[in-house]
Every structure is written in structure tokens, then in C-alpha cells.
Ligand binder design. Structure first.
Ligand code: SF4
Length: 86
């Protein structure tokens, strides 16, 4: 099980792009007092990697996800109107 840290355990130089404030905020100051903050998860204990590459900020503020379409062709059979000619 990975370790969950409190905001005050996060170095002051660590910031996240906050979806509520819509700007970078210091985790140790701003996230610590926020109702959406659920802790910081340590993913990797190996300290040879930078701190920011070993941790995730757990935030439940609802985010909007952009809907996109891939280049995968439609499964619909072509009709005369959209069939490729030639
Ligand atoms: S917990 Fe989430 S919403 Fe709250 S300040 Fe931090 S990043 Fe922003």
C-alpha cells in the first residue's frame, strides 16, 4: 500500500495546476485548507527521482473532460450519400 501524505508534509516548492483557482497553487498552503484535498500519494519511494515525479496530489474537484473523436472509421455501412466513389 502506498503512503498518503498530508499537505504540510509537501515541500513548499511543489505546486499544482488547481482546477478551482485556475492557476498554480502551493500544495502545502492552499490544498491543505481545501475540502477537495484528499492527500498526496507517494507512488515511488526511490529518492533518486525528483519529488514531483514520485507523488500524486489527490483532489476530487470535478473536472470537465473534453470529448474528442478518433480517426477510427465508423462501423456504419456506407450509404450512397457517404460512400467513397472511385
Ligand atoms: S485540493 Fe484541488 S481544488 Fe483544492 S486547492 Fe488543491 S488543487 Fe485546488
Amino acid at each position: 500500500m502506498s503512503n498518503i501524505l498530508k499537505a504540510k508534509e509537501v515541500p513548499p516548492a511543489i505546486i499544482v495546476n488547481c482546477p478551482f483557482h485556475q492557476m498554480g497553487v502551493q500544495v502545502c498552503k492552499t490544498c491543505g485548507g481545501c475540502k477537495h484535498f484528499k492527500g498526496v500519494q507517494e507512488l515511488n519511494p526511490h529518492t533518486q527521482y525528483p519529488w514531483e515525479q514520485r507523488h500524486l496530489v489527490l483532489c476530487d474537484y470535478p473536472r470537465k473532460l473534453q470529448v474528442m473523436r478518433t480517426g477510427v472509421p465508423s462501423t456504419k455501412k456506407p450509404t450512397v450519400a457517404n460512400a467513397r466513389v472511385g
